[in-house]
Design a binder for this molecule. Structure first.
Ligand code: MN
Length: 736
């Protein structure tokens, strides 16, 4: 080996030459200063192959230059390991090279510090999102990809253990990020390098197979290339034709994923035709299909419909001489830049034309680029990208290295309840990155959060409801308050209901009479007033809603008392109006009688119904399949025929939903109903044990059709096994 110092010097000179070639007007003094600083900082540190450590930052800067990034990024690339591996500080870099360079170096360092342990796919996705979110500046991610690529290129010097660890991480984190950003050149190189270490046997098999075909391959490629070039130049099209054997990892995926032989891979040979403009792309396609027979179903127009990461090209697979199939990719030079360098190509394109702007501005073009694409996958990607870059989410770590995904602005309390409700309920304090913090601290991407718990903790306070950001934490805190603070809830609820009733001209004192109490409690389905107050107190029932219903009930009780009679034949109170239908119901032989809907079976228009003449409260409407109607033999004489009239009124009706207990169930149920624009009057949920949750929900519908639609939709909610209508003592199942 040459002298390491001399070796480093030569590599640095090559770098400067390439930078000048890419951008003749670049000021290399700043780059030289960054190099000198990094050289000094790394001192005599060595790489595993014996070369000076500085050769690694030089190589990373080479890749960053190849990506087309600016001088700031190149300086940051040279300095990227100084914060991590040497005594250098952020302030020092900022003082010498400016805040922008220092921030990028710090960003790369943060990503380097993220600890990776192999996880399930969902965790991976979060981790990738977190890295993107942490990066803030896209150059941070690009430098990190360059860093990782160079590590992969020099992997042979690492121990076997390190090789497996780093390549697995690259495959699961960095290659997908490179893919997402459209850096296909680097994605493919990383994948090929990694598969060599992750599955050496298969890698060996593929490379051996390819080299056995070697001679024949070369002949075929040369012949086909010549033929294509000849025809295109005769047609007057200025085109560059190249050919290569498909990427090893993509052969690997087809062989081991789709169980194919090497000879069965149709696009083993990939020809690439690059032209000046889009019109020529389609012209070339015409010529290719004229020369060779296309294979049906293998034509893809990514020019008309670009891929999510911005990739554009026409792909077609045709049959060549000797029946050998091959793929042709047709694109313009500009599309080629994007295909190879993705996001970086756009960055390069913009650079120099624009003033320095904030991050938002810088990302705007990425967003626009993505939003201009139409396919479904793109929608998904746009969403992800927005999340990544503009953050309505925050990603933090547990001390064990699991990534937890919370709404932006979340606090240690949200984190605690995300881990487990018991952790939240026993929370005493929290540390972020090892330091004690107040409960209302808002968490930042990459924070390591630890919750300190104690069996003697007081439990959550009502104030926490105002601090937390996640719906789960809020509902778990409510649950706890409901369970643990009964006395307090009763007092709270009583006071709140009293206040609301006073606004309506009533008061708690109106609930004093025994009969009144009985009616009200029946209406609300609570066994006692305390239960009613408690429900209001913990927030399960709004005081305002409760007050309105109490008022309605009090009014109704005031009314029929005039017509009340103690005779054995019940009288039906009659309203002074002349409308035949009341609440959409026509009672045979009786106009304008007081009509009420039975709470046991909550009928809606479209249901077959029966009327029951009550003592003093008019006609009560039941469904014909209500158990109370079916089992009322001895009182047959009090049932009258009733029917529905046309009406626009809304009818509250109750459903019982049986489902596997899980987080977010109620949210999903209410989302479905919200989607149907249905008003929800009440929800109560009960954990039945054995992982079963029963939810009673009262919704308002216009008719039976609307109700059936809602029930069918509710079956679509994950985990729901039964949706039933209330039907007296029994429950009648319908709606599937
Ligand atoms: Mn590095």
């Amino acid at each position: 080996m040459t002298d390491p110092v001399e070796d480093a010097r030569l590599r640095y000179e090559a770098l400067i030459e390439n930078i000048r070639a890419a951008n003749p007007s670049v000021k290399t003094e700043e780059i030289a200063a960054a190099y000198a600083f990094a050289y000094e900082a790394h001192g005599d540190q060595r790489r595993k192959d014996g070369s000076l450590y500085i050769t690694h930052p030089i190589a990373v800067a080479q890749i960053v230059n190849e990506m087309g990034l600016d001088s700031v990024a190149i300086q940051a690339a040279l300095l990227h390991d100084t914060l991590e591996d040497t005594a250098v500080t952020h302030e020092e870099i900022a003082r010498r090279f400016g805040g922008e360079v220092a921030d990028i170096v710090e960003g790369v360092t943060k990503l380097t510090r993220v600890v990776y342990t192999s996880k399930e796919e969902e965790q991976m996705d979060n981790l990738r999102k977190m890295l993107m979110a942490m990066a803030k500046d896209i150059r941070v991610i690009l430098i990190k990809i360059a860093d990782r690529l160079h590590n992969c290129r020099t992997m042979e010097y690492q121990t076997r253990e390190k090789q497996l660890e780093k390549t697995a991480e690259t495959m699961e984190i960095y290659a997908p990020i490179a893919h997402r950003l459209g850096l296909s050149r680097y994605e493919q190189e990383m994948e090929d390098l990694c598969i060599k270490y992750l599955d050496p046997v298969a890698y060996e098999e593929i490379t051996r197979g390819l080299s056995e075909m070697g001679h024949r391959s070369e002949e075929f490629m040369a012949h086909t290339k010549e033929n294509l070039e000849k025809h295109l130049s005769e047609a007057g099209i200025d085109a560059s034709v190249t050919c290569r054997i498909k990427q090893i990892y993509s052969i690997y995926r087809k062989m081991y994923g789709q169980n194919k032989e090497l000879s069965e891979i149709l696009d083993l040979y990939a020809f690439r035709v690059i032209v000046e403009n889009v019109t020529d792309c389609y012209n070339v396609l015409g010529h290719v299909h004229e020369l060779y027979k296309p294979i049906p179903g293998h034509f893809k127009d990514y020019i008309g419909t670009p891929k999510t990461n911005g990739y554009q090209s026409i792909h077609t697979t045709v049959i060549g001489s000797e029946g050998i199939p091959f793929e042709v990719q047709i694109r313009t030079w500009q599309m080629h830049e994007v295909a190879e360098y993705g996001v970086a190509a756009h960055w390069k394109y913009k650079e120099g034309k624009q003033e320095k702007t904030g991050d938002e501005k810088r990302f705007e073009w990425i967003r626009r680029l993505l939003e201009s694409q139409q396919d479904v996958e793109a929608q998904d990607f746009i969403h992800t990208m927005k999340v990544d870059m503009f953050g309505d989410e925050v990603f933090v770590f547990t001390p064990q290295g699991d990534v937890v995904n919370l709404p932006a602005g979340s606090t240690p309390i949200d984190f605690a309840y995300n881990i487990h409700s018991a952790v939240g309920n026993h929370m005493m304090g929290a540390t972020v990155n090892g330091r004690m913090v107040p409960f209302n601290t808002s968490l930042q991407n990459g924070d390591i959060v630890q919750i300190l718990t104690s069996a003697s903790a007081k439990g959550p306070s009502r104030d926490w409801l105002n601090i937390v950001k996640s719906p789960q934490a809020r509902s778990k805190i409510r649950q706890w308050i409901k369970r643990e603070k009964r006395e307090e809830n009763i007092a709270h609820g009583r006071a709140a209901l009293d206040a609301e009733l006073k606004r309506l001209g009533y008061g708690i004192r109106d609930l004093g009479k025994q009969e009144t109490q009985a009616v009200i409690l029946k209406k609300f389905s609570f066994p006692s007033l305390d239960e009613l107050y408690a429900a209001i107190g913990y927030g399960g029932l709004s005081a305002q809603k409760a007050a309105n219903r109490v008022r309605d009930e009090l009014r109704q009780m005031e009314r029929p008392s005039e017509g009340d009679s103690a005779e054995s034949i019940p009288s039906v109170p009659v309203f002074p109006q002349s409308n035949r239908a009341v609440h959409g119901v026509v009672v045979e032989g009786l106009d304008n009688c007081l009509v009420k809907f039975a709470r046991c079976c909550t009928p809606v228009p479209g249901d077959a119904i029966e009327g029951f003449i009550t003592r003093g409260y008019g006609v009560s409407i039941h469904r014909s399949d209500c158990i109370n109607f079916l089992q009322s033999g001895q009182e047959k004489g009090r049932w009258v025929r009733v029917g529905w009239a046309r009406t626009d009124e809304l009818y509250p009706t109750e459903l019982k939903i049986i489902a596997g207990e899980r987080d977010g169930l109620i949210l999903d149920i209410t989302t479905v109903l919200g989607g149907l624009k249905l008003k929800i009057d009440a929800i109560t949920a009960r954990d039945e044990g054995d992982g079963i949750a029963v939810t009673y929900i009262t919704i308002e519908v216009h008719d039976r059709d609307e109700l059936m639609t809602a029930m069918r939709r509710l079956y679509g909610v994950r985990g729901v096994s039964e949706v039933q209508r209330a039907g007296g003592k029994g429950i009648v199942r319908e709606g599937r």
